[in-house]
Design a protein. Structure first.
Length: 503
């Protein structure tokens, strides 16, 4: 049991796009909070350090932890040389969302049929594509999904061994229920294959419409079948193998109606109607015949030019952008399950840019809220006052040869008290290398104060005794923990640290 995802289809990214694809894949993993963990053991203490995923010297990366979800999953990874991405169990929260976005990136790049799937179902290109457009600055659309016949054919053939015909649920899943945009003869054909065409006999049909032509083809095939039922499909295949000139010059009265219809109707129409009449599985028959029959029809334009233009605009429309904090927002059935009474009046926790300080770069990718700006300004003032005190307000702590030991003990105690509070690797070594500077010593003195000041409010973490991803977000992301986590992320972001703490 578990949630699994993959990209189903042939990965054939053009050579000129491969470098860009690799760069974009690493960017979405980074901004999605995928992390690698490094263990440090000193003074009898063990610490885990966070690092954003990056390619190794060999060109690959392996990871299993997400900064926002704070949970370990089974390994996932990416090879920048052959552009191979893989994953195993991915859960159902932030780690899962980012993995699915990675597979959606393949779907947006690969021109041939292929789909990002989660547990056997196509994922929504509007949601995942919207985040890709935001984080990558791309202009991806859903246009590829509206190649209905090509996509349905691929799906039906790939699942034929499971004896699972292309269904309405797969069609809806494919186009996100956007039937108005998908409208056209391909959509009609798929619906006729799924539901049959018998209702055309009693329906009010507009002459010259596509349903009218399909109905005429159905009646012509019924008459054709009556000539020799035993050899119906043999004769039909022979007819469908004729090229256009042969069908235009046809003199056989038995196929006269079929020949005229074949000049503008695709061969697949004849095949699915024949399969329905004779109660045979269409997709199996079509797989055998598709490369043998004609593909030289000149399809009529059934819809008005205005409607065709509108559909084209709809299909090529850039998917609206979705900000990272909105994309990673969790609100499923178990997100706030079993929230303790003492937290119920505080409101539910939702990820915001205030939890993404590590990624702040001065742009609007991360927007600092007024509350957080006030809090950081207050901390900055406290930090400045600590530096004005003897020993940067540290007393005998964080001094000389004791700096590293006291630093590690403090980080270990914070993690033990608040659970899964890990410092960033760059911040950890930066502080060690600058242990003699009062700015750094004062920053650790302030960290220790925050650790002590928030203990009482942070006691609710005691409820996190089972699987972390199944505990209420109101518990795991209680404000006491968040203060420590946010402060450490600011210390790791040199640009933001400089902005508020001037070092």
């Amino acid at each position: 049991m578990g949630t699994f995802a993959c990209y189903v289809g042939k990965v054939n990214i053009p050579e000129e796009k491969r470098y860009c694809f690799g760069q974009q894949m690493m960017r979405l993993l980074n901004y999605g909070g995928m992390m690698q963990l490094e263990q440090v053991s000193l003074f009898g203490r063990e610490l885990l350090l966070l690092s954003p995923v990056e390619l190794s010297a060999e060109g690959d990366v392996d990871f299993w932890y997400n900064y926002f979800e704070e949970e370990r999953w089974e390994n996932a990874g990416f090879n920048g040389n052959n552009l191979y991405f893989y994953s195993n169990k991915i859960g159902g929260c932030e780690f899962c969302d980012v993995i699915l976005a990675a597979y959606m990136l393949y779907e947006m790049y690969v021109e041939t049929p292929g789909f990002a799937e989660c547990d056997g179902e196509f994922i929504d290109p509007q949601f995942y594509g919207g985040w890709l457009n935001h984080i990558l600055g791309t202009e991806f659309s859903m246009e590829k999904r509206y190649n209905l016949w090509e996509n349905a054919e691929y799906i039906a053939f790939s699942r034929m061994k499971y004896k699972h015909p292309f269904s309405l649920s797969e069609l809806v899943n494919l186009i996100s229920d956007e039937f108005e945009i998908a409208g056209g003869t391909e959509l009609s054909d798929l619906l006729y294959i799924i539901y049959g065409t018998e209702t055309l006999e009693t329906a009010h049909i507009v002459p010259g419409s596509y349903p009218s032509d399909v109905y005429q083809c159905r009646m012509a095939l019924i008459s054709f079948r009556e000539i020799d039922e035993d050899n119906f499909f043999e004769y039909l295949l022979h007819f469908l193998q004729m090229d256009r000139s042969e069908r235009e010059k046809n003199t056989d009265t038995n196929v006269d109606s079929l020949a005229k219809l074949s000049l503008f109707l695709p061969a697949r129409v004849f095949v699915y109607l024949a399969a329905e009449i004779d109660q045979k599985p269409f997709w199996k028959l079509w797989k055998e015949w598709k490369d043998k029959v004609y593909h030289d029809e000149q399809i009529k334009q059934y819809a008005s030019e205005k409607l065709e233009k509108q559909r084209k605009e709809w299909r090529e429309k850039v998917i609206p952008r979705i900000r990272t904090s909105e994309f990673l927002r969790q609100d499923s059935w178990h997100t706030f399950r079993d929230t303790p009474e003492e937290l119920k009046d505080k409101g539910n926790y939702y990820l915001s840019d205030d939890d993404r300080f590590f990624w702040w770069d001065g742009t609007d990718e991360v927007i600092i809220s007024d509350d957080m700006n006030a809090w950081l300004t207050e901390l900055s003032d406290r930090h400045r006052k600590l530096m004005d005190l003897p020993d940067a307000g540290c007393g005998n702590q964080f001094e000389g040869s004791y700096f590293i030991k006291d630093f590690i003990i403090l980080l270990d105690e914070i993690c033990d008290c608040y659970k899964r509070i890990y410092p960033f690797r760059t911040m950890f070594y930066d502080f060690i290398q600058n242990s003699g500077k009062k700015e750094y010593r004062a920053a650790l003195a302030l960290l220790k104060m925050l650790y002590e000041e928030n203990k009482e409010e942070g006691k609710v973490i005691q409820y996190a005794k089972r699987e972390w991803d199944m505990v209420s977000k109101n518990v795991t992301q209680n404000i006491a923990r968040l203060r420590l986590k946010r402060y450490l992320s600011v210390m790791a972001n040199v640009k933001m640290r400089k902005k508020y703490f001037n070092f």
